[in-house]
Design a binder for this molecule. Structure first.
Ligand code: AMP
Length: 292
């Protein structure tokens, strides 16, 4: 695997690949890699000629300085995992490479209702995500870029970013990888104690409860309340939101009838660690089932 630590090294690598007409499949990450990230890498390997992963903890998407400082970093293990799965190259830019004018020079992106809700309430978060991805798309010019459903709102934002700025890249959304108890893999899980990991399983349990409550004929508001009740039983969980929304616009859906496909998103703090998760539900014969 090629380890590319500068923009000239990245460009030399890409030029070589271009002469072979190789299609690049790009997986942007912030490192502390786990099987969720690796599922995106595997998909990129299957679908393209050359999988390129970036590892960069982007300061402009953090609204909480403490969260940025505590973000886990496991570079040696990350590189080993990427070699094992057969990744072709990893790009490890530093902040002067990504922000030559300094990370205080940001651009404010407007994503309308898509960024007004849920994770959009983290001030400047999606502008930071859109900015760093625009830079990476410009540098790499991938054929396909891979994102996880775990960050579904981010995936929708990226789709819109690509449309609005006419980036010539296909955007794929890959399923969330979970532990057997249902906890979605996340780099932030590394900061949870064993007890907190058990508590955190309630996030997925609450999401499933929303689907069950809808299948029993409850309204969206009642179904959300049923999900919240599950979370309220665990004192170490502080729920930030649990809501049903439209799968394309993420507008909140509070009344029946619901469309046949819906999004249910959750954010909660387990102790000091903030986690997010979601499910996409499909109505079949009056039953709401997870379809992704
Ligand atoms: P991050 O390093 O957290 O920025 O994540 C990099 C990419 O991996 C994003 O597209 C995430 O949505 C995706 N990802 C994170 N966790 C998972 C997971 N459990 N399953 C699938 N994809 C994931």
């Amino acid at each position: 695997m090629e380890i590319l630590e500068s923009l000239p090294a990245l460009r030399a690598f890409l030029n070589g690949r271009q002469t072979m007409s190789h299609k690049v499949g790009f997986v942007p990450t912030m490192g502390a890699l786990h099987a969720g990230h690796l599922s995106l890498v595997q998909r990129a390997i299957e679908e393209t000629d050359c999988c390129l992963v970036s590892i960069y903890v982007n300061p402009t998407q953090f609204n909480d300085a403490e969260d940025l400082k505590k973000y886990p970093s496991t570079l040696a293990e990350d590189l080993e995992l990427l070699v094992q799965v057969g990744c072709a190259a990893v790009f490890l830019p530093d902040t002067p490479t990504m922000y030559p004018e300094g990370a205080q020079h940001t651009i404010k992106f407007g994503f309308g209702t898509l960024a007004d809700t849920m994770e959009g309430n983290r001030k400047a978060h999606f502008s930071g995500v859109a900015l760093v991805l625009s830079k990476l798309f410009n540098m790499i010019k991938p054929e396909v870029a891979y994102f996880g459903q775990k960050d579904y709102q981010q995936y929708l934002i990226v789709r819109r970013l690509v449309n609005v700025l006419c980036f010539d890249v296909k955007v794929r959304c890959c399923p969330t990888v979970r532990l057997p108890g249902g906890l979605a893999l996340s780099s932030r899980n590394k900061r949870l104690s064993e007890e907190e990991k058990t508590d955190a399983q309630q996030l997925y349990a609450a999401l499933k409860k929303v689907g069950e409550a809808l299948s029993e004929g409850n309204t969206p508001t009642e179904a959300e309340a049923a999900g919240r009740q599950i979370l309220n039983k665990t004192p170490n969980i502080k729920t930030e939101y649990l809501q049903i929304a439209h799968t394309d616009t993420l507008e909140r859906l509070e009344k029946l009838p619901l469309p046949d496909k819906i999004f249910v998103g959750i954010a909660a703090k387990i102790g000091k660690v903030r986690l997010i998760d979601n499910v996409l539900l499909n109505k079949k014969n009056d039953q709401w089932v997870t379809y992704k």
